[in-house]
Ligand binder design. Structure first.
Ligand code: GDP
Ligand code: MG
Length: 167
């Protein structure tokens, strides 16, 4: 089994942190500043039973200028070219803001399976997760919705287990 995976989401949701956790490499820049990951970075994870190629796209967002428009188009093209889209949001937000609204709108045109990871669950009460899952499941028909913490090493096997099903 093998396939291409792209991690998308607004700046700061934890895409680079998760990518680094899954690949075990410091391949992308982690920063509080948005847009530090400017290029698609490919990292290959090879295990006995699967091979996953990760593409860390710049976040899809409402384009404010030509560069933003270009990056949005590049990201959108990538989404249909991969086998799995891993869309990340933060558990600390209990509303779907304009940035995520526009990403979700874009995802509706995509044919690739989309898995939603609700990240940073370590920062919220357990009781807030069910309402969040409910809110996102109403917003889009995600293949899976999985609460995670990209800073927790146990997330490695959890995510690989889920991703493997869609290769
Ligand atoms: P990106 O812009 O989506 O690539 O986000 P980054 O991976 O750069 O992460 C942004 C910030 O969130 C960094 O300070 C990370 O350490 C932090 N972060 C990422 N995942 C988690 C998590 O699961 N829990 C907590 N508490 N912080 C996280
Ligand atoms: Mg990043």
């Amino acid at each position: 089994k093998s396939g291409f995976i792209t991690i998308i989401g607004r700046p700061n949701v934890g895409k680079s942190t998760l990518l680094n956790l899954l690949t075990g490499e410091k391949v992308s820049i982690i920063s509080r500043k948005p847009q530090t990951t400017r290029h698609n970075i490919r990292t290959v994870v090879t295990r006995e039973d699967f091979q996953m190629v990760f593409v860390d796209t710049p976040g899809i967002h409402k384009p404010k200028n030509k560069l933003g428009e270009f990056m949005m188009n590049a990201a959108m093209d990538t989404l249909d070219d991969v086998d799995i889209v891993l869309y990340m949001v933060e558990a600390t937000e209990n509303e779907i803001g304009p940035g995520d609204q526009s990403i979700i709108a874009a995802l509706k045109k995509v044919h690739t399976p989309v898995i939603l990871a609700i990240n940073k669950v370590d920062l919220v009460e357990k009781s807030s997760l069910l309402p969040l899952i409910d809110m996102y499941s109403k917003a889009h028909d995600f293949r899976e919705i999985v609460p995670i913490s990209a800073t927790d090493p146990r997330t490695v096997e959890l995510m690989f287990g889920i991703l493997k099903k869609y290769l």
